[in-house]
Design a protein around this ligand. Structure first.
Ligand SMILES: Nc1nc2c(ncn2[C@@H]2O[C@H](COP(=O)(O)OP(=O)(O)OP(=O)(O)O)[C@@H](O)[C@H]2O)c(=O)[nH]1
Ligand SMILES: [Zn+2]
Length: 355
């Protein structure tokens, strides 16, 4: 058999598979349409994707109650955990998702080929966790901040293990003050004591959050404290996927436990005032270490923004050029020298990477 013939045969086989796949999708859509028309599904209602497995999703009804295993209409692709959707309940306890609401935020990561893939949606804030130990490097915090700024999702700094903070703790406190001075919320926590998570619960209240940060800073310990008892009791499956020992890397959405204040009378007011949600996966935890462009880096240092575009040369690289607005701002103290050094290091690491 000639090579050519073989490849034609292969092509034919591929086309045949594609045709069959399209036919199956059409059939699926037709049966959906028929079943929808026949009234086998209940009325449309809002919900949220809390996990996804291929073409099937777990959807939590917006008005509370058990999550429902749903399939998708064939014309709906690329839904991710955290998406707000419209769905209809079936008679057999499953459901169908019929539409996706517009996204206000999307977290993406490059796949092995470098193409950006959505990972999770509907996130309000990125909690960057660092700890007294392992000792935080300002440069690493800046990397996470820049990555967060590039998504447009608000970052929050969480310093964990404050039980290990020496009484003076001078340097670390100065570092925190600097970030607070830039306008970032800064929260200090410890999981070593029962009290002290209130500030964190307040920050999480009514929002959807993700936790990112270096290994060993205490993300799992914090998350375990934040989830309600019944989530912990799910046991192996959810604990495994939270800890990353599970092979699946898809994200999962968890409802947080109520803060003690809201818990006083046992009930949470209806609607927007939810205790908040958390989306977690091993891929999200490593989020800050993804690739960035040089422009994203400069723009991710929020105090640079007022100065960017004011350099004498349009293509200024902010190194030693005359009339550089950033260097002038460092000189005058508007930009902290450490932050500028951090910016340089991140840009240099990109250039070494590409060169
Ligand atoms: N002293 C102290 N230790 C803590 C605190 N929080 C967590 N730890 C400990 O720090 C270690 C790492 O905690 P983990 O929760 O596994 O850290 P992680 O960020 O989830 O790490 P990865 O799973 O590798 O991403 C564990 O031995 C925890 O017991 C804290 O507030 N104080
Ligand atoms: Zn410049």
């Amino acid at each position: 058999m000639s090579k050519r013939k073989l490849s034609r045969q292969q092509r034919w086989r591929i086309e045949k598979t594609q045709a069959e796949r399209a036919k199956r999708a059409r059939q699926r859509d037709t049966t959906d349409t028929e079943r929808l028309a026949a009234g086998e599904y209940g009325p449309e209602q809002p919900g949220r994707v809390i996990a996804h497995f291929g073409r099937s999703l777990e959807v939590a009804p917006a008005h509370g109650g058990q999550a429902v295993r749903c399939h998708l209409r064939a014309n709906l692709d690329g839904l991710v955990t955290g998406d707000h959707v419209i769905w209809r309940a079936g008679e057999d306890g499953s459901g169908v998702v019929v539409a996706r609401e517009p996204r206000h935020s999307l977290l993406q990561r490059p796949d092995p080929r470098g193409r950006l893939k959505p990972v999770a949606a509907g996130i309000d804030q990125i909690l960057i966790v660092f700890a007294v130990e392992p000792e935080p490097h300002a440069n690493l915090i800046d990397r996470y901040l820049v990555a967060a700024e590039a998504t447009g999702i608000a970052p929050v700094l969480v310093l964990n293990k404050v039980d290990l903070l020496p009484a003076e703790g001078g340097e670390l406190r100065a570092l925190l003050d600097r970030y607070a001075g830039l306008g970032y919320p800064v929260i200090t926590t410890t999981t070593a004591r029962d009290t002290g998570l209130d500030a964190l619960l307040d920050q999480l209240h009514g929002r959807t959050s993700v936790f990112v940060g270096q290994s060993g800073v205490g993300k799992s310990s914090l998350i375990d404290r934040l989830l309600p008892e019944e989530d912990l009791r799910i046991g192996d499956l959810s604990t495994d996927s939270r800890k990353g020992t599970h092979t699946t890397t898809t994200a999962r959405l968890y409802r947080l436990r109520q803060s003690p204040a809201a818990d006083a009378d046992g009930a949470q007011p209806e609607g927007t005032d939810s205790p908040g949600e958390l989306i977690d996966s091993p891929g999200i935890r490593e989020f800050g270490l993804t690739h960035l462009s040089a422009d994203q880096v400069a723009d991710g240092f929020i105090e640079f923004r007022d100065h960017l575009g004011h350099c004498r040369f349009r293509d200024c690289r902010h190194r030693a050029e005359p009339g550089c607005a950033l260097l002038a701002a460092v000189e005058s103290g508007d930009i902290h020298a450490d932050r500028f050094a951090s910016y340089r290091r991140i840009v240099d690491s990109l250039e070494n990477h590409q060169g």
